[in-house]
Design a binder for this molecule. Structure first.
Ligand SMILES: [Zn+2]
Length: 366
């Protein structure tokens, strides 16, 4: 065997050795374990307890080209939390964002945030195991994120929102409080897709419930199509819940000018036109459409969070809305109104979706 051939064979053997290929996953799994172990100690929670929520962007974030889903395995093995138990969620982040872990104890309101230090991950599993938490995590912070506590201790709330969770404060605090109040799995899962829990996602939930009640899906030929005009956070909820994605022609997103938004609000009792919602039958090539509004003015009034009315800290108003909208999840008709109903054929559907047309003019509401 020549040297060249020997080297080729040796390289081939190395490439085929499963131990080497799995090394990165082993490090990420251990990272998840170490994060859970440290946080559970700080939060004083036992494995398998029902008070712990774990949120992470593992599986979305990548480190040096490596995917990070193995960290979730470590988190689950150490804590007992899992997607199946509804107490572990993957929050969507772009792959180039930092890898972080977040743990919330609903019994005390305390939470621990940890961000992985990329440099520590470029090690063998043996080297990595020997590192201290301070070497593995570039940030470890703890705060009480119970919303009532924060509103009663605004100095602590201000400090938390200054940078305790590296810019993820609003997302993590909102999800924690709504989860603790019994927010349902489907809602939280869609929230994770949106990146954060804001009142806009909640409005999407109400719009969805309203449409599902008025135009229920009754056959496998039917699906919902959304003309999101104007778009806001609600539309990410609808994509997730109805599988109404733009790539499959389930959603068409079109903005309005400021002048159009103002004119529509004046025309429709200070409600916001949310879009055209179509139950489409792909066998019959026809459907039923509703143009709906969502009454934000009423939400602001009910929750005391409107401009000039809210006197609390700037980080608080949307979180208060999140919580105070909870009791209305099942009463969408309190905020959603139908301003037009019409039958849709193939030609009308094409007009509603076409970039050259104005869907609200096609629908005859402006
Ligand atoms: Zn939002």
């Amino acid at each position: 065997m020549t040297v060249k051939r020997y080297l080729t064979a040796a390289l081939l053997l190395l490439a085929l050795m499963p131990g080497l290929a799995l090394a990165d996953n082993a490090v990420f799994e251990e990272l998840g374990s170490k994060a859970a172990r440290a946080a559970m100690e700080q939060l004083n929670v036992e494995k398998g307890g029902s008070n712990l929520l774990i949120l992470t962007d593992a599986g979305h974030a990548m480190v040096d080209g490596q995917t990070t889903q193995a960290a979730i395995k470590g988190l689950t093995e150490e804590s007992g939390n899992s997607i199946g138990d509804g107490n572990l969620f993957q929050v969507l982040r772009a792959y180039w964002k930092p890898l972080w872990f977040y743990f919330f104890n609903k019994a005390t309101g305390e939470a621990v945030f940890m961000q992985a230090n990329d440099q520590s991950l470029n090690k063998t599993p043996e080297e990595f195991s020997a590192l201290s938490d301070d070497q593995i995590f570039s940030k470890i912070s703890k705060a009480n994120v119970n919303l009532n506590y924060m509103l009663n201790h605004t100095d602590e709330g201000n400090a938390t929102f200054a940078d305790a969770f590296n810019g993820n404060e609003f997302a993590l605090v909102g999800m924690s409080n709504v989860w603790a109040e019994g927010g349902s799995f489907d809602f939280l899962q869609a929230t994770c897709f949106h990146d954060h829990l804001c009142p806009g996602v909640t409005s999407g939930y109400m719009l969805a419930r309203y449409v599902e009640d008025k135009l229920p899906i009754t056959s496998s030929s039917e699906s919902y199509k959304v003309i999101a005009c104007r778009p806001w956070c609600k539309d990410d909820m609808l994509q997730m819940r109805w599988d109404a994605t733009p790539g499959k022609s389930g959603m068409f997103v079109m903005a309005l000018t400021d002048a159009e938004v103002k004119a529509l609000a004046e025309k429709y009792n200070q409600s916001d036109v949310a879009g055209v919602y179509i139950r489409w039958n792909s066998t019959a090539n026809q459907g039923d459409a509703m143009v709906l509004t969502f009454n934000w003015t009423k939400v602001y009034e009910l929750t005391g969070t409107g401009a000039g009315v809210w006197t609390g800290p700037s980080w608080g108003s949307k979180l208060v809305m999140d919580m105070e909208m909870l009791p209305y999840w099942n009463q969408p008709e309190d905020f959603v109104t139908t301003i037009k109903e019409f039958a849709v054929d193939q030609a009308t559907l094409a007009k509603l979706q076409n970039a050259g047309m104005h869907p609200l003019k096609v629908a005859g509401v402006m």
